[in-house]
Design a binder for this molecule. Structure first.
Ligand code: CDP
Ligand code: CDP
Length: 240
């Protein structure tokens, strides 16, 4: 069977990481959270006091940063981590999940030069197929020829509630209203930016999982992947 490239895009809290990781596991594929790369770079910019308005400095920062994603340990997985994230060799799996980092990530994600560096890394990581990659521009820019594209969505209220619960479990004292504002603000910026905005690819399957749990949604995606595999000729093609 051909090992597919599966692209999952969607707004914050739509379930991309949980669903993509579970689907990758069932299919025996690699899972990659492209958002973790934007978050890791944002964390470095915060730590090095690089202004988020200084596009040239951020592009240079992206070029001299090494980000590595690895599968989580069983303990990290129980705590909710889907990927271990290493920034210049140091683990930042937990730090990158702070709300402040998410906002900074969506600011630097508007910069074309930064995206160019990270997209090239993502394309390298997925060049052999057999991967489930999730983000905002995977089906439109990173792998426009992916054999299966999913646009995952859920209502903003449900998405914010899911994120809020995660913050609560970690002991963060954010209110549901604050999380809803954060999520709406980031969605707006991600959808309205000029470079690679969050948009459903014309050939993506829209999956609204407002009323579905992550396991159910992952099962649906595995089913779609199996159907797509049956339709395809056995030769693998280039995805970028
Ligand atoms: O990656 P993304 O921001 O799209 O979402 P996520 O991190 O996978 O999911 C956010 C939270 O919602 C996680 O705690 C998931 O377990 C939960 N979730 C859910 O309750 N129901 C779903 N259908 C999908 C995710
Ligand atoms: O987990 P959540 O959906 O909240 O966000 P994420 O996937 O970790 O991504 C954080 C931010 O990185 C997003 O709000 C986007 O601005 C940016 N991003 C992007 O522009 N393109 C991607 N392929 C992935 C993330």
């Amino acid at each position: 069977m051909q090992r597919l490239t599966i692209a999952i895009d969607g707004p914050a809290g739509s379930g991309k990481s949980s669903v993509a990781r579970a689907a990758a596991r069932s299919l025996g594929y690699v899972y990659l959270d492209s958002g973790a790369m934007y978050r890791a770079l944002a964390l470095k910019a915060i730590r090095e006091n690089v202004a988020l308005g200084d596009y040239a400095a951020l592009e240079t920062l992206a070029q001299r940063t090494h980000i590595e994603l690895k599968p989580p340990t069983p303990e990290q997985e129980t705590a909710g981590a889907k990927n271990r994230v290493f920034l210049d060799g140091r683990e930042v799996t937990e730090e990158i999940r702070m709300a402040e980092v998410a906002q900074s990530a969506s600011l630097l994600a508007t910069i074309a030069g930064v995206r160019k560096v990270l997209v090239a890394e993502q394309q390298r990581a997925g060049s052999r197929g057999g991967i489930v990659m999730e983000g905002r521009d995977i089906g439109t820019v990173v792998f426009p020829l992916a054999e299966l594209k999913i646009f995952l969505d859920a209502s903003p209220e449900v998405r914010a509630k899911r994120r809020w619960k995660e913050h609560l479990e970690k002991g963060d004292k954010l209110t549901l209203e604050e999380v809803l504002v954060e999520v709406r603000e980031r969605d707006r910026r991600d959808r309205e930016r000029k470079v690679s905005p969050l948009v459903r690819a014309a050939d993506a399957v829209l999956v609204d999982n407002t009323a579905m749990d992550a396991e159910e949604t992952a099962r649906l995606i595995v089913m779609l992947a199996q159907e797509r595999q049956k339709e395809l000729p056995s030769t693998a093609g280039r995805k970028t």
